[in-house]
Design a protein around this ligand. Structure first.
Ligand code: ADP
Ligand code: ADP
Length: 228
């Protein structure tokens, strides 16, 4: 589903964040992206959903060239990609229901389908009972559940998560991982940057390690491989 060929990303300040990346990820895979801070993990991930463009090389997602994609086509492509962040990025003035429904309203989903889709998704993440609450009334783990619900409510083929458990305590992190496992079991590709050694070494998946903008290791059922 995703292929990168010789992908370089040099930011305007002269920093080279990815330094020749070649990778293929198939539909249905669960992939951890690991490596030290500043290695280029976030840049690698941002290029997958066209938050950043490569300086050179090609990125194809389901046959579409992400680098040369017109800006006007980006929202259309993003419909098939859910993104989850470390800091949740919920809309503070909208309640739980509205935060999740917003994804569907943006893509002009038939209003008749919205309520069922939102409630089914909130059920999946275990938050059906808190639909009327606002983000600041929720714990961090609950906010991340809302954020995951928002990212999957339109049933994307790919979910990208950048350190989704980075702000959560260990117990809550495991609960959040269980949700990602369930999403993956249903056939969705999951690509997750993480520093959580215990999780990577326990829930085994493909591990891609990045250092200085290059892939230095790519193993099925790999280990985290760093001390922290
Ligand atoms: P990681 O996610 O592994 O910490 P990043 O992709 O965030 O790595 O960063 C890789 C390198 O690119 C770092 O040196 C970082 O400072 C730099 N970088 C990241 N984003 C930008 C940006 N928007 N502008 C300039 N440099 C950036
Ligand atoms: P956790 O132990 O997961 O960090 P918290 O101690 O923050 O959770 O919250 C425990 C419960 O109290 C959660 O179910 C959360 O929804 C609820 N809660 C937390 N803060 C508020 C608030 N300001 N208003 C209403 N409910 C809250």
């Amino acid at each position: 589903m995703l292929e990168m060929k010789n992908v370089y990303k040099k930011y305007k300040n002269g920093v080279t964040a990815t330094n020749g990346i070649d990778v293929k990820i198939d539909q249905g895979e669960f992939v951890y992206i690991v490596g030290p801070s500043g290695a280029g993990k976030s840049t690698f991930i941002k290029m997958m959903y066209r938050e950043e463009k490569p300086t050179s090389g090609t990125i194809t997602l389901n046959g579409i060239d992400m680098g040369s994609l017109k800006n006007s086509k980006v929202p259309l492509i993003r419909r098939n990609i859910g993104v989850v962040f470390q800091d949740f990025k919920l809309l503070p003035k909208l309640n739980v229901y509205e935060n999740v429904a917003y994804t569907l309203e943006v893509i002009e989903e038939n209003p008749k389908n919205i309520k069922k889709k939102v409630m089914d998704t909130l059920d999946l993440v275990g938050l059906k009972h808190k639909v009327r609450m606002f983000p600041d009334e929720l714990s961090g783990g609950e906010q991340q559940r809302v954020s995951i619900a928002r990212s999957i409510v339109n049933q994307p083929k790919l979910v990208i998560a950048d350190e989704p458990t980075g702000n959560l305590d260990p117990d809550t992190s495991w609960e959040i991982m269980n949700i990602f496992e369930e999403i993956n079991t249903r056939g969705t590709t999951v690509i997750m940057a993480t520093h959580n050694k215990t999780i990577v070494n326990t829930i085994k998946h493909r591990v891609i390690a990045i250092e200085s903008g290059r892939i230095v290791r790519d193993e099925q059922r790999g280990d985290y491989g760093y001390e922290i």
